[in-house]
Design a protein around this ligand. Sequence first.
Ligand code: XUL
Ligand code: CO
Length: 433
Amino acid sequence: MTDFFKDIPRITYQGPEASSEFAFRHYNPDEVVLGKRMEDHLRFAVAYWHSFAWPGGDPFGGQTLDRPWFGDTMALAKQKADVAFELFDLLGAPFYCFHDADVRPEGASFAESLRNLEEMVDYFGQKQASHKTQLLWGTANMFSHRRWMSGAATNPDPDVYAYAAANVKAMMDATAKLGGQNYVLWGGREGYETLLNTDLRAERQHAGRFLQQVVEYKYKIGFKGTILIEPKPQEPSKHQYDYDVATVYGFLKEFGLEAEVKTNIEQGHAILAGHSFEHELALAASLGIFGSIDMNRNDYQSGWDTDQFPHNHPEMALAYYEVIRAGGFTTGGTNFDAKIRRQSLDPEDLVLAHVGGMDTCARAMKAAAALWEAGDLEAARQARYAGWDTPAAQAMLKGGLAEAAARVTAEGLEPQPKSGRQERLENLWNRFV
Ligand code: XUL
Ligand code: CO
């Protein structure tokens, strides 16, 4: 045991009237909603990078957080892991997620970095064996070190492509060894800064072949998890290739991967792409590529990827409604890709940020589940499209344009506009949140 969280109690469900700050008011892991325990619906994960590796910097200033485990030795990396599992225990979190660079010191060579990673994977394996918390997903950080500045698989330098392959292979091996349920690829610098020096076609071909190699390797090692792509439109690159769900789907189709790869959709990334979170979730579900979510929020005024903890449950209810409509998570879950603010120095801040995030999501999920159970919204949606249930309507989809057009004169069609009832549906929605 470290003493980092000393005197902070284990967080338990105490109901909305709880008097302590250190309590769940809405997240009751054992409460059954839509036939499933809340814990199994939400599948919360803590993100290692924000909570244990981030020093508190912003574009104008450096480290504000002073953590006893900061430093480049294996002993400190293990201390960090000890503290991480203590937080997971306090929260009762079922999952965590990490990048290679979050957990091991960078070595002087790839071989040394790999040895460091493998030692940490063994350490995590021991921790997982004696704790509840398991691995939701692993991923490779191919954006922080200067070698990635012009991209990883899309780098003009083929040696960097090789280095990217080595990193992803190592992290897929690590994820498989730890029983991870997914493997995530977020194309941190897979994009461009200026078209003046960029061959879009070559970079796309290399990214597509790289992803095929990832899928081939998944089968080679018998990894049972899901491969996930995480869309984001910009930041750090000016333009990222995995812009949004629609763009990712087109990319997967081009390289024959649409049945192999799904999406990890992040709230803040959806907003940066000019969409709502629920739009991205609904679109992915409708395309059969919904996998998992990165939960957070951005500051709506600054336009930066500020990765804050969610605290707006009516907004999140719209998202969880789409998760429910999609049939819920299978291998995916709710990963808090969220960090405390750089002024939030205390260990309590780190714990309570997660408590608030988990409560916000639980409240949202319960509201969405109640509306789903009531069925009014789905009934209204079905009624709106009911005209398509007729044989004549279905026949139009089988025949050609001329046959469809012939109905107009043959049946004397004169379409009558019908109300979309938006405000009535919004009022219905508000009765549940
Ligand atoms: C960056 C981001 C990453 C990915 C994993 O915006 O979301 O943390 O989730 O690399
Ligand atoms: Co993310």
